[in-house]
Design a protein around this ligand. Structure first.
Ligand code: NAD
Length: 250
């Protein structure tokens, strides 16, 4: 049986590139209607153009609400519901990483990572859950990271923020489960995207040596796990944080 998301409506935050865009493509392949949320309308529109080149018949739209603004996110979701009638899947994927030494952290560095990696997940989940509760079903998939389990040598707020994502995943799975809403997370290992390209080689090389599957992850590897979690194949899975990391032993 093929995995299908036929007639489902999905919002993917940070859906413009990297893991987010791979999730968008996987969901479209599975016949979902997909809403790409980007940090800017230009990049969201550009991703939509790219998506339509690959999937000319896809039903998709682009938006760029500020993910930490409860009003903007609520209104954007209302627009999605006006267009598509429902929100079945929310992929909270937008995130930034950091490799800043402890002593160099500024207030702005702290605010940036807390805002996008934690607050945005909360704000988007809250707004989506309101629609999903009404429907009596839904699914939220958060993008965590394997460093949420192990920590990392620099940029301590990145693993800390992803541990918070795991906490939100587990807690919301308990709070929303009785409403038919499943909440899970994928925890990617080192995955080939712009985020990893921006990291110092000295940080990435030692990680690659500790991956039993002996290669870096591809965005599509993570997207496959997200598709599984979004689909009925995962109908009895909630509160899980699933490593997708080639077996990395960090
Ligand atoms: P990426 O930098 O290629 O993509 C990040 C996405 O987040 C982009 O779509 C970007 O537009 C969006 N984004 C950034 N700032 C934003 C903002 N202020 N508002 C809205 N959107 C914003 O990185 P990626 O590797 O694809 O990362 C996607 C997710 O995967 C992140 O949550 C990241 O922490 C996580 N992750 C990545 C790796 C990896 O090795 N690449 C490993 C573990 C977890």
């Amino acid at each position: 049986m093929d995995i299908t998301l036929k007639d489902k409506v999905a919002i993917v935050t940070g859906g413009t590139r990297g893991i987010g865009f791979a999730i968008v493509k996987k969901f479209v392949e599975a016949q979902a209607k997909v809403v790409i949320w980007g940090s800017r309308m230009e990049t969201a529109e550009a991703a939509l153009v790219k998506l339509r080149e690959a999937f000319p018949d896809c039903d998709a739209m682009a938006m760029a609400p500020s993910l930490t603004d409860q009003k903007q996110v609520r209104e954007a979701m209302e627009e999605v519901v006006r267009k598509y009638g429902r929100i079945d899947i929310l992929a909270n994927n937008a995130g930034i990483s950091q490799s800043i030494p402890l002593e160099n952290y500024t207030d702005e560095d702290l605010d940036r990572i807390i805002d996008l990696n934690i607050k945005a997940v909360f704000v988007c989940s809250k707004a989506a859950a309101a629609h999903m509760k009404e429907a009596g079903e839904g699914c939220i998939i958060n993008t965590s990271s394997v460093v949420s389990f192990y920590g990392q040598g620099l940029g301590c707020m990145y693993p800390a923020s992803k541990s918070a994502v795991n906490g939100l995943t587990r807690s919301l799975s308990r709070e929303l489960g009785p409403h038919g809403i499943r909440v899970n997370a994928v925890a990617p290992g080192v995955t080939r995207t712009d985020m990893v390209a921006a990291l110092p080689e000295s940080m990435v090389a030692p990680l690659l040596e500790r991956i039993p599957l002996a290669r870096m992850g591809e965005a599509e590897d993570i997207a496959k796990a997200a598709l599984f979690l979004a689909s009925d194949m995962a109908s009895y899975i909630t509160g899980a944080v699933i490593p997708v990391d080639g077996g990395a032993i960090l």
